[in-house]
Design a protein around this ligand. Structure first.
Ligand code: SAH
Ligand code: SF4
Length: 414
């Protein structure tokens, strides 16, 4: 056999099967339920049909607008109904196993989710909060691991994969609000919030949500859709669709669906301008090559200059960072209202790439900028706590102590 090892290795690895399933706990949480689902939950505890809609709205308000963590807090609901609900349901969010705060204020939560079989190791995902002067962004996970295997991404090396439920996705936003004390707009506490480096937008700490944590959101379409519609609902958590961004590695058939059924901002992990290279970096490209991907972008509903698609481009030294690449990129994106987001590569142990030199990133960025595109370079955040893009990998797949030390060293010396 003469086929190269690289080809063989990549060939079998376009996608992994999600091996794990979600099994609901005996007492499920109401977190993540839509209004009709809340009405069904109310029916199951004997609320008569004529009252269900009104009661569901009340519970919705307690859950998503006020962030109630216990039924006893729901003072506008009768004691009897509260007790009946508490018998059968919880208001649980994913369990926080660890909270880390970076020197730059970034916070990372390691979350524990139930596993398929009792007694097995629980599943873990991460959720990251990034405060900036004018905004606070929450980076949310959509899967435990990822079925895809992008060669520069740590999450892609994780074997264990399971889709998160809507409750586990909405639950990340809710627990971040719990931990940050961010349930009510806070004009009075504004000074304190600002002193803590908090954003000013409406007095909220979390102003933006990005589906850029672990997993490929468009491979968990229904759950991500249902969760984001709850997050965006202005009678609840109320983060507007313009401030929610879904990032995909290019699941072409679901891009139009995302536009029609979710309507949030779109980011595309492009990373390469030639199919040959993109096949290697983002193996899903073999299924949906660049042309099909960009056609889907051109047809994304609601695309205007004010509502542009973000193209993410990880800067890999000597791989995709030449000026010729920048020129081809500009040509490819012609006619698509676009922003280009250059991401310095975040290394992890065993990764075969290096981050481009700073001067090269600047040259690339200047070229793209002079062609009329906004091209911010994403500053790596939370590197000391391994919270940066592509460094997320749950502890379920334990890193060896040596790997951990190597990772820290890399993060600290950058
Ligand atoms: N699966 C989705 C969303 C999560 S990844 C996607 O791929 O779009 C969020 C972003 O981080 C993507 O653009 C991804 O390509 C990028 N990324 C992954 N690993 C990285 C690394 N090691 N350094 C920098 N960016 C990385
Ligand atoms: Fe999955 Fe995105 Fe990582 Fe690719 S970059 S392996 S799609 S999480």
């Amino acid at each position: 056999m003469t086929t190269s090892l690289t080809t063989d290795r990549l060939a079998g690895f376009v996608e992994k099967a999600p091996l794990e399933r979600y099994v609901a706990p005996e007492k499920p949480s109401l977190v993540g339920l839509s209004r009709p689902e809340l009405a069904e939950a109310l029916a199951s505890v004997g609320v008569p049909a004529s009252q269900r809609k009104m009661r569901a709205q009340q519970i919705w308000n307690w859950l998503y607008a006020r962030g109630a963590t216990g039924f006893e807090q729901m003072t506008s609901v009768s004691k009897e109904l509260r007790a009946a609900l508490a018998e059968k349901f919880t208001l649980g969010r994913p369990d926080i196993v660890a909270e880390q705060v970076s020197v730059d204020g970034t916070r990372k939560w390691l979350l524990r989710l139930p596993s398929e079989n009792p007694g097995e190791r629980p599943h873990e995902v991460e959720c990251v909060y990034i405060p900036e002067t004018d905004r606070g962004t929450l980076c949310v996970s959509s899967q435990v691991g990822c079925t895809l295997t992008c060669s520069f991404c740590h999450t892609g090396t994780q074997r264990l994969v399971r889709n998160l439920t809507p409750g586990e996705i909405v639950g990340q936003v809710m627990l971040a609000r719990d931990r940050l004390g961010d349930w009510s707009a806070r004009p009075a506490a504004k000074d304190a919030a600002e002193a803590a480096g908090a954003p000013k937008e409406g007095g909220r700490l979390i102003t933006n949500v990005v589906m850029m944590g672990m997993g490929e959101p468009l491979y968990n379409f229904e759950a991500v859709r249902d969760a984001l519609l709850i997050v965006a609902d202005n009678e609840g958590i109320g983060i507007s669709k313009r401030r929610i961004t879904l990032s995909t590695s290019g699941v072409v058939p679901n891009i139009a669906r995302a536009g029609a059924e979710i309507g949030v901002m779109l980011a595309i992990s492009l990373h390469a301008v030639r199919d040959e290279l993109r096949n290697e970096l983002v193996p899903l490209n073999r299924k949906y090559p660049i042309k099909e991907l960009l056609d889907a972008c051109r047809n994304y509903p609601g695309l205007t200059n004010a509502k542009r698609i973000t193209f993410e481009y990880v800067m890999l030294k000597g791989v995709n960072d030449s000026l010729a690449d920048a020129k081809t990129l500009v040509k490819l994106l012609k006619g698509i209202p676009a922003k280009i987001n250059l991401i310095p590569f975040n290394p992890w142990p065993g990764s075969r790439y290096e981050c481009s030199e700073w001067e090269q990133i600047e040259k690339f960025s200047e070229y793209v900028f002079s062609a009329g595109y906004s091209s911010p370079v994403r500053t790596p955040r939370g590197r000391d706590i391994l919270a940066a893009c592509g460094q997320l990998k749950s502890a379920t797949e334990k890193l060896s102590a040596r790997e951990r030390m190597a990772l820290r060293a890399m993060a600290m010396t950058d």
